[in-house]
Design a protein around this ligand. Sequence first.
Ligand SMILES: CC(C)(COP(=O)(O)OP(=O)(O)OC[C@H]1O[C@@H](n2cnc3c(N)ncnc32)[C@H](O)[C@@H]1OP(=O)(O)O)[C@@H](O)C(=O)NCCC(=O)NCCS
Length: 174
Amino acid sequence: MPAFTVHSLSREEILSHRQALADILVNCVNGGASVSFMMPLSLSRAGEFWSAIAESVGRQERTVLVCKDETHQLAGTVQLVTDQPENQPHRADVAKLLVHEKARRQGIAMLLMDALEATARAQGKTVLVLDTATGSGAESFYQRAGWQKSGEIPRYALMPDGEMTGTTVFYKFL
Ligand SMILES: CC(C)(COP(=O)(O)OP(=O)(O)OC[C@H]1O[C@@H](n2cnc3c(N)ncnc32)[C@H](O)[C@@H]1OP(=O)(O)O)[C@@H](O)C(=O)NCCC(=O)NCCS
């Protein structure tokens, strides 16, 4: 098993790793993953996305975790979104779990989600929510990771190639 490590990034660290983070996002979207963007996604647009995420981290609205491989290259990332309405202080959303294609099926997503849950617990969160494209590999991953399927919403979004997809909503009690 390679020596993967998980780290939380500050606003400044996200900006300094913006190119590598953009590369992972582009790789996932242009590989067909349904994560808000249409293909072809350019590196510059992906970089703008990460700049906005860095500012959000600076406002303490979310935590960005990354997984580095044994050569300290970024292989994956996930976000815990803690900026919630005042009647949901115990809840957080999970967003943008992304693992570069060349690093998949080595347990990186599982490591990231374990670290994300530990981060959420440390902030007093007891309910996590996410949604993912119905029928995707990510849906299988979340079931394997112990998430509860709440239901499916048909015709929710477009896949990067323009095909309509449903979404499956998951939750996890911590
Ligand atoms: C989904 C994703 C994050 C999984 O990352 P990963 O690092 O390859 O996942 P792991 O290696 O931790 O997988 C752990 C287990 O989850 C399941 N799993 C992971 N990917 C799967 C897939 N594509 N199909 C079916 N099951 C899968 C398997 O049971 C796997 O264990 P195994 O490899 O021993 O069979 C990755 O494929 C990805 O980045 N996809 C594109 C982006 C995306 O769709 N993100 C989700 C947004 S909500």
